[in-house]
Design a protein around this ligand. Structure first.
Ligand code: EPZ
Length: 421
């Protein structure tokens, strides 16, 4: 087990290149199951979750070859010899559920372990299942597994999703590409990762209109072909490093990204007094000379403020002038970073789904425990700003979603290192 040690107080200065988006790359990888031809993905991030998805696809029979230098992954699902996604892989990564739609659509059957709960909430998958049922799949839950069958193929339908769900929209959009006739997904998620997946599927021969709006229409095809697709930049990594620059009172240039990917987070940062200046390759982030202002934040589906940036924004608000009310509307248990931030001197009180953050002058370094991916990076941000030493335990969460995080931060002057416990 590793720990991350940070000696805080250094304003970040320099440049950070943003990696390809984890939450775009994972569904894109499962799209390879829809065709027997190669799918080539470029700008792939090198992350633990990507390795888990590779292991899952490999055991389904997908041939994978990657070039880490070129950040390219080629996936070829010429034949699928196993339609079961086993518990051992699914329990490590809930995004494994993304194989369900493509497998049923291509093979007429799939057995996927039920993902179960996780640290940030219960995370049901009822919308994935009811949507597939509306496409004609028979679904049973047996021995902890979803057993889905559609021996005669899926049939297009109009599906109104009761809650906006990112991966359910992705699963159903992929399944509908090989269904007979037209599918309409109503109340679809509008995240940039949905648009990226739709663009890749269109490259593969799919007929999809409306991705990025709340209604997506798909005309099913008999088959899809291979293609090449570049993964979009990671908007959560983008927002995280923008907040890292702000919390350390630094100034950094984020490249291979765009302000357009974080419309609401950038508006909040600007209201807090942070200057964001677009450049050809991305944007500059500069912290104010005076105080950072407290701003209220409420998480919402895209284009609202991303829940995956809530913990990082809260870390920034701990040292703001005044107060900030942070409300989490997506996950019921996503304040686990609060007690850890409080160990570093933060003044935060939680009332149901809202946290009242009263700004203090400085955080103080302390030993803390990472509980999930975004909570971990929130503690890294707090550690970068704190006086003295912060020691973060359980850092494996970080490796799921942040590529070379210590290198990127060290390149901007941070005193951060990974040490063996
Ligand atoms: C995606 O998860 C992301 N994961 C999450 O990122 C992100 O937090 C989340 O979207 C919200 O933006 C990937 O893209 C791989 P949802 P997903 O289905 O799709 C409820 C990270 O840190 N719901 O949009 O699983 C659900 O409980 C991760 O990178 C149902 O009730 O999230 C939640 O309250 C964490 N039934 C809400 O919808 C369902 O069938 C939104 O969840 C599905 C979801």
């Amino acid at each position: 087990m590793h720990q991350i040690k940070i000696i805080g107080g250094v304003p970040l200065k320099g440049e950070i290149a943003i990696s390809g988006a984890k939450n775009a790359a994972l569904p894109l990888m499962t799209a390879a199951l829809l065709t027997d031809e190669p799918l080539i993905l470029t700008n792939m991030p090198h992350l633990a979750d990507i390795t888990s998805m590779e292991a899952l696809l490999d055991q389904h029979g997908v041939h994978l070859s990657s070039d880490l230098n070129l950040k390219t992954l080629t996936l070829t699902a010429r034949t699928i010899h196993n339609t079961t996604a086993p518990y051992d892989i699914v329990r490590k990564m809930r995004a494994s559920i993304l194989v369900l739609g493509p497998l049923v659509a291509r093979c007429g059957q799939a057995q996927v372990s039920l993902p179960g709960g996780c640290a940030i909430g219960v995370r049901p998958i009822d919308i994935h299942l009811s949507g597939l049922r509306e496409l004609g799949a028979e679904i049973d839950l047996l021995d902890g597994y979803i057993h889905a069958k559609a021996p005669k193929g899926l049939i297009g339908a109009t599906i109104t999703m009761p809650i906006i769900s990112v991966t359910a929209t992705e699963n159903l959009m992929m399944a509908a590409c090989l269904a007979k006739g037209e599918t309409r997904l109503i109340n679809a998620a509008r995240e940039p990762e949905i648009v990226d997946l739709a663009n890749c599927l269109i490259t593969m021969g799919a007929d999809i209109v409306g991705a990025g709006t709340d209604t997506i229409t798909i005309q099913g095809k008999n088959r899809l072909h291979g293609g090449t697709h570049r993964v979009i930049p990671d908007r959560i990594e983008t927002g995280t490093y923008a907040m890292a620059a702000a919390i350390t009172r630094g100034s950094i240039h984020l490249t291979n990204t765009s302000l357009d990917l974080i419309p609401t987070a950038s508006a909040h940062l600007q209201r807090a007094g942070i200057t964001l200046t677009p450049t050809e390759q991305g944007f500059h982030v500069t912290a104010p000379e005076k105080d950072i202002q407290g701003v209220d934040v409420m998480t919402e589906p895209y284009p609202g403020f991303a829940t995956d940036l809530q913990a990082q924004m809260m870390a920034l608000m701990t040292i703001c002038r005044g107060a900030s009310l942070v409300t989490e509307t997506i996950w019921e248990n996503r304040f686990m970073h609060v007690p850890e931030l409080c160990r570093m001197g933060a003044n935060i009180t939680v009332h149901g789904s809202s946290a009242l953050v009263r700004g203090i002058d400085t955080l103080r370094g302390a030993p803390v425990m990472a509980t999930d991916l975004r909570a971990s990076v929130c503690l890294v941000l707090a550690g970068l700003a704190a006086e003295g030493e912060t020691l973060i335990n359980r850092v494996y969460h970080l490796d799921r979603g942040y590529e070379r995080v210590e290198d990127k931060l060290r390149g901007c002057g941070a005193r951060i290192e990974r040490i063996a416990e």
